[in-house]
Ligand binder design. Structure first.
Ligand code: GLU
Length: 462
């Protein structure tokens, strides 16, 4: 069974790059009827916070990415790690190093002065003497000091590291017993049964160290997929300004989970030239073997385009629910269908949809000056006044076409072109020259509100 994982360090919110690797891991587990598990890497007490953990979980909930089983918290597994540290010590695969901070600093400075790579010099590797008085040892693992460490990567192919260039006997437990990052990642990935590790390629350089731990414990390696970073349009690593923001900020900006996930799946992965993928399609088609070798480019227009697509295809009742986050209660509005049918074609985000809706539903209290100048020329007031009178004289009107017929009637009778009614009416109803189709606006507002707005505009602009 394929078991994948997402292993965030809760140092802040979940960002878009993290979410993408989580999505890839999730999809690959789904495709294989496997499991996707979540591990919170919260061992760094100074930098981790409970709020950050909760923020990450909230983002997962919003996006509907469910994980299997209980969440593993590294902060609760000290005993597990201690057991393997002891095992490695007992087997002579790790050892206590008593080197003082001063000694280490001196070693580093000498190496730097000689333009050598800074690394531990193995002083206590085979030590069997009496430890220095009062020294609290760290535990170091015996790493191979020569030879090749091969990372067989599912994205990058075979990546070969030379032990003498990158390794030393690195610390696996600090003086206070706290285990170190690469050690616990390897231990947990193995114990949690994770056999396919999909993560950002900023972790590729950690992988040889993790392989050292696997080898020391005689464990099989998982399959690794290191995913290239997401870049901005200038080809630089994505920064906050480009959108490397809190995933939940996308919710506030009015993106739907479907659009965001669809957007992310295409950052670094493709299936022919298909752009739109339902969740089911993603689950069926995604494979980490098809991840691009080069960085992908974050493109806001693409995200907006996808979001517009999903908004257009979301049933109105669902949209009405989603709009409640912008203090817009449409759920029982009797013209909800006409309103959303009209506006959802025009909005790139739910927030924009909310704004457009509020613009229609709010009676204008002022009128755009330029629009007034342009629209209220000649006999414009007379035209909309006539139109208003005709509305008043007829019975109930419901459909956009009902209103359209009366507009037609008015212009025929007054022998003017359509612009002569359209422009002033638009300004009267919306306060400005832009906006959705007038017939629909009137059908949404209803006869009374339409007449009221016409009368207000006439008073204000005569
Ligand atoms: N905790 C690491 C991070 O948040 C990820 C570790 C991994 O995927 O191996 O960057």
């Amino acid at each position: 069974m394929v078991v994948t994982r997402f292993a965030p360090s809760p140092t802040g919110y979940l960002h878009i790059g993290g979410l993408r690797t989580a999505l890839f891991s999730y999809l690959w587990a789904k495709k294989n009827n496997g499991e996707f598990v979540l591990r919170i890497e919260d061992t760094d007490k100074a930098r981790n916070s409970e709020e950050a953990t909760q923020a990450i979980l909230k983002a997962f909930e919003w996006l509907g990415l469910e994980h299997n089983g209980e969440i593993t918290y590294q902060s609760q597994r000290d005993e597990v790690y201690a057991k393997y540290i002891k095992q490695l010590l007992d087997e002579g695969k790790a050892y206590k190093c008593y080197m003082s901070k001063e000694e280490l600093t001196e070693l580093r400075e000498t190496q730097m002065a000689n333009k050598e790579r800074t690394k531990y010099n193995g002083k206590y590797r085979d030590f069997d003497g009496t430890p220095p008085e009062g020294a609290e040892p760290v535990i170091r693992i015996k790493a191979p000091l020569t030879g090749e460490i091969l990372v067989k990567d599912g994205v990058k192919g075979d990546v070969s590291f030379q032990a003498q260039d990158i390794l030393d006997d690195f610390v696996i437990a600090r003086a206070d017993g706290a285990p170190t990052y690469n050690f616990v990642v390897a231990i947990d990935d193995h114990l949690m049964g994770i056999n396919e590790v999909i993560r950002g390629d900023d972790h590729l350089s950690n992988t040889p160290k993790q392989i050292v731990v696997y080898n020391a414990l005689g464990w099989d390696l998982p399959k690794f997929y290191h995913v290239p970073m997401i870049h901005n349009s200038a080809g630089k690593k994505l920064s906050k300004r480009d959108g490397a923001t809190d995933v939940m900020a996308y919710k506030e900006m009015g993106y739907t989970p479907e659009a965001l996930l669809n957007f992310l799946v295409r950052l670094g992965w493709s299936y022919g030239d298909q752009e739109i993928f339902s969740m089911d399609e993603m689950e069926n088609l995604f494979s980490p073997k098809d991840i691009n070798k080069s960085a992908s480019i974050y493109n806001t227009e693409k995200l907006d385009w996808l979001n517009a697509h999903y908004i257009k295809n979301t049933p109105n009742s669902e949209l009405a629910e989603l709009l409640t986050q912008y203090d817009l209660v449409l759920t029982s509005h009797d013209k909800k269908e006409i309103l959303l049918d009209e506006l959802k074609e025009r909005a790139k985000t739910l927030k924009e949809l909310a704004t457009l809706t509020k613009e229609i539903l709010t009676t204008p209290t002022s009128y755009d000056e330029k629009a007034v100048k342009k629209a209220f020329k000649g006999n414009a007031i007379e035209v909309i006044n006539t139109f208003g009178a005709k509305l008043s004289a007829c019975g109930d009107l419901h459909l956009p076409t009902d209103y359209h017929a009366i507009m037609e009637e008015t212009i025929t009778e007054m022998e003017v072109g359509f612009g002569k009614i359209g422009q002033p009416l638009r300004v009267a109803l919306l306060g400005k020259m832009t906006g959705p189709g007038l017939d629909s606006v009137m059908a949404i507002l209803g006869k009374e509100e339409t007449m009221l707005r016409i009368a207000n505009a006439i008073t204000a602009n005569s």
